[in-house]
Design a protein around this ligand. Structure first.
Ligand code: SF4
Length: 530
């Protein structure tokens, strides 16, 4: 299995002659201004360290952003190479890639590079775009939080996992670029000014409670600035906010939640949406505060109260504004609201409306798929493999009710199994936190029938690693069956698994190994080539 990381750039070999691309975009004009230009100021931090002779020296972080790749068509291709640093644009330091994009919007830009040998070179451009420059720059480090939230998932993990899983990131820049939630615990006045100046909108902010005393207590951070003035400052600066509350029963729900919702709703439309997610607790909570979880009854009452509030907001503001996470509905064992009730599904990544959209997409596409599938000759359809899906305990009932019967009606042999989460503990029931080991154990059970294993779409990271570091490749070898990693479009997952190409109302068989991304799905290896 090949790595997912694709090189989408041309990286010159160290020994290759450097060349200037004649394909300079017509709209841009670049002038090499001077060699050895000096940089007036140097950004970055410095820290005293001891050298080999035990003398104090200063270790300076290099200014600017490191160039990691350059497109062969870039007008700078002949002049800079990976390892050089972009130090400033128009005499202002470049702190991160957001700065780079922001400053590149100017019609005239002067780019100062520091080359690997320490020499500095200035390039002038007129009307050049980021795309035309073709530079890949290394994003600067990530900021971490100053809290110890009583529900923090990072602190509830066992030792020995991927290093990245222990990073307590809290970086407003990633909130803008990746939709990561931040509490603003480390956001300074200068950061707020920058967010507003550079229009870093929308921002995703974890509020948890608008009662600052309660918030400081839950986040275990006495130094937290009051949250509402911060939110108002951002909103006054034109920033749109998506907020979330992680709910701990008996702590920030009940009257405190009513207060939080009403104080945040008063800031709508500046605060566009509010997501309410139940706390997730693992078995690794030694020395952490006692927190309870939502029972079916509690979750039911909770949904009733929130849906009532939604109706009021819809009448007053034209939006439901606040949504319980899908997990509340699975805990309460009740049907998800209709798709239209999720409006723009702005917090999809946060588990709001994900299940309903999954079912709606399936319903929309299934008729076409069914017609096409039914056109296959019986002799071929009879040979179709048995599909067996795996998911977390919270989604199993819903999948069994809403998806599985419809797929079986088409004549496709599909079953689903729930996987108990031994890795984190039984209270963690969502599919995205299933470990490779737990999934594998479930797949290898004698009672499990099926030729092709369907995995949930969210159980692997971008490097095809499960949360316990098991690789997809190792998993496939041990599972001894064809494995398909599903997508949020279940018809696509079925087509992938059945190795079908559905085109213009007809269904043809695809005899080649199918792939999803780079995941090889070798029907032939499984002896099921059709
Ligand atoms: S903000 Fe809270 S939940 Fe997030 S990483 Fe920090 S301590 Fe953990």
């Amino acid at each position: 299995m090949s790595s997912r990381a694709q090189k989408d750039y041309f990286e010159p070999e160290e020994t290759s002659p450097r060349r200037y691309s004649p394909e300079l975009p017509a709209s841009s004009e670049m002038k090499l201004v001077s060699e050895s230009a000096s940089l007036g100021t140097e950004s970055g931090c410095s820290a005293p360290v001891s050298d080999a002779n035990n003398k104090k020296t200063l270790l300076k972080r290099k200014a600017g952003l490191e160039l990691t790749a350059i497109d062969r068509h870039s007008p700078l291709f002949a002049y800079v190479r990976p390892g050089d640093r972009l130090v400033s644009i128009n005499d202002e330091p470049v702190r991160d890639t957001i700065d780079f994009h922001f400053k590149m919007a100017e019609p005239e830009v002067d780019l100062l590079f520091e080359l690997a040998d320490g020499e500095q070179t200035l390039f002038e451009f007129e009307d050049v775009t980021v795309e035309e420059l073709g530079l890949t720059l290394k994003q600067s480090g990530i900021r971490t939080c100053k809290n110890e939230c009583i529900f923090c998932f990072v602190m509830q993990q066992p030792k020995g996992m991927r290093r990245s899983l222990y990073i307590m990131d809290e970086d407003y820049r990633y909130s803008f670029t990746h939709g990561n939630f931040v509490t603003l615990s480390n956001t300074t006045d200068a950061d707020i000014a920058r967010i507003i100046e550079q229009r870093l909108s929308p921002m995703y902010i974890s509020v948890h409670a608008t009662n600052d005393t309660l918030r400081r207590c839950m986040l275990k951070n006495e130094l937290l600035a009051p949250i509402l003035p911060r939110l108002k400052e951002l909103i006054a600066g034109g920033i749109v906010i998506h907020a979330q509350v992680v709910l701990c029963p008996g702590i920030n729900d009940g009257p405190e939640l009513e207060r939080t919702i009403s104080e945040l709703a008063a800031l709508n439309p500046g605060i566009e949406t509010l997501a309410l997610a139940p706390v997730g607790l693992t078995k690794y909570r030694d020395n952490l505060p006692d927190i309870s979880i939502y029972s079916q009854t509690l979750a039911n009452d909770f949904i009733n109260r929130i849906e009532k509030l939604q109706k009021g907001f819809l009448k007053d503001f034209g939006t439901r504004f606040v949504w319980p996470a899908d997990e509340f509905y699975t805990i309460a064992k009740r049907r998800f609201p209709a798709l239209k009730e999720y409006e723009d599904i702005a917090q999809f990544e946060n588990g709001i409306g994900m299940c309903r959209l999954f079912a709606a997409t399936f319903n929309r596409k299934k008729q076409f798929f069914k017609r096409s599938f039914n056109k296959l000759p019986n002799s071929i359809r009879a040979k179709k493999p048995r599909l067996v899906g795996f998911t977390g305990e919270s989604a199993i009932d819903w999948l069994q009710e809403e998806i599985v019967p419809q797929v079986r009606e088409m004549g496709i042999d599909l079953s689903f199994n729930s996987v108990k989460n031994e890795f984190w503990g039984g209270t963690v029931t969502i599919s995205g936190l299933l470990s490779g080991a737990d999934l594998l154990q479930a797949v290898l059970k004698d009672s499990v029938q099926g030729d092709i294993v369907l995995l949930p779409p969210n159980c692997l990271n971008n490097d095809d690693l499960f949360i316990d570091n098991l690789t997809l490749e190792e998993f496939c070898k041990k599972a001894k069956r064809t494995v398909v990693v599903g997508s949020y479009d279940f018809v696509e997952t079925l087509k992938e698994a059945l190795s079908l190409e559905v085109k213009s109302g007809s269904c043809t068989l695809n005899n080649s190994n199918t792939t999803r991304g780079n995941r090889s799905v070798a029907l032939a290896e499984a002896g099921l080539a059709l």
